[in-house]
Design a protein around this ligand. Sequence first.
Ligand SMILES: Cc1cc2nc3c(=O)[nH]c(=O)nc-3n(C[C@H](O)[C@H](O)[C@H](O)COP(=O)(O)O)c2cc1C
Length: 209
Amino acid sequence: MNRGKRITIGVTGASGAIYAQRLLQWLDASPEVERIDLVVTQAGVRVANEELGLNLAGTDGRVARELIGRDSEKIVPHSANDIGATIASGSYLSDAMVILPCSMGSLGAIASGVTRDLVHRAADVILKERRLLIIVPRETPLNEIHLENMLKLARMGVRIVPAMPSFYHFPKSIDDLIDHFCHRLLDHLGISHEQLTRWEGSRPARQRG
Ligand SMILES: Cc1cc2nc3c(=O)[nH]c(=O)nc-3n(C[C@H](O)[C@H](O)[C@H](O)COP(=O)(O)O)c2cc1C
């Protein structure tokens, strides 16, 4: 089948809603992406409001406008309570799912197969269908339960991509840090982008300004 990618995005109540906002902007702008199924947990709504002043409650077009600043034909919001949504079934062809930021609560639920909401269920479906699941956990410090849950999922092929900013590309702003991280996620999703900050070997100090 020749179609664009369908990506599911789960946004949970860990700190770092800005990562989800920026990734959605990149995905919405990509001609390689056909559809983005979006689920924001109740705690995710709360944190996005606390951190960014966004109102992500509901499933109408306003959610996309809040996130990317305009209407989107690609972004399809689902209620976290809607366990009958398309992405709750393996027969719906979602190519990959990214959970970002992923709380330790949702990480634990997914690692133990407990599906309390649509984020957990959609992730469970991705796992049973052997598709690509990328989890962006955010917590510090990490306790043994967090680490064991990540190891368990990594052993199942889940890509654990912690929200840890890097500095080798000489970021000048928070946007630079967020974009660099989102570009790495696009690499994992196999979506092309104009990455301006790939490491190409060390540069002389005078070029780092
Ligand atoms: C402002 C704020 C920041 C939070 N940051 C984190 C965090 O970084 N990591 C985490 O695991 N939980 C964090 N929490 C707690 C989670 O939101 C909470 O455990 C919640 O039950 C997670 O539910 P969910 O996984 O359904 O979204 C935060 C809560 C608030 C209000």
